[in-house]
Design a protein around this ligand. Structure first.
Ligand SMILES: [Zn+2]
Length: 113
């Protein structure tokens, strides 16, 4: 079935975003439990522990940032503005959405950001 060029398959992106969100959430939960385990681990390996802590915490922050971006993208899907740049209002290229489904910016605005 032919679809209009401008049609945005939001259902497709919604399922991608929800899958990605579930992945990040389960990974963040694992990080939380890893951090808890490391903090209660034997003090003989403290240097290694804190190094691991930093890596895990950094990873957790990246994950939480992406999670917020995904939530915002899901909000835009429900609001009917998904695929539109939040800065300039121009459509975001489909290739860009495929690469980064939660991006709120078009290529030009992301580059200027
Ligand atoms: Zn833009």
């Amino acid at each position: 079935m032919e679809q209009p060029v401008q049609a945005m398959d939001t259902a497709h992106f919604e399922s991608i975003l929800k899958t990605r969100k579930a992945e990040i959430e389960s990974r963040l939960q694992k990080i939380d439990s890893d951090l808890g385990r490391l903090k209660s681990a034997d003090s003989g390996e403290r240097a290694v522990e804190s190094e691991n802590d930093e890596v895990l915490e950094e990873f957790g922050q990246v994950g939480e940032g992406e999670l917020r971006g995904i939530d915002a993208a899901l909000d835009r899907i429900h609001a009917g503005t998904f695929g539109t740049c939040v800065k300039c209002g121009e459509p975001i290229a489909i290739e860009r959405l495929k690469a980064v489904p939660h991006t709120p910016f078009c290529q030009a605005c992301a580059a200027a950001h």
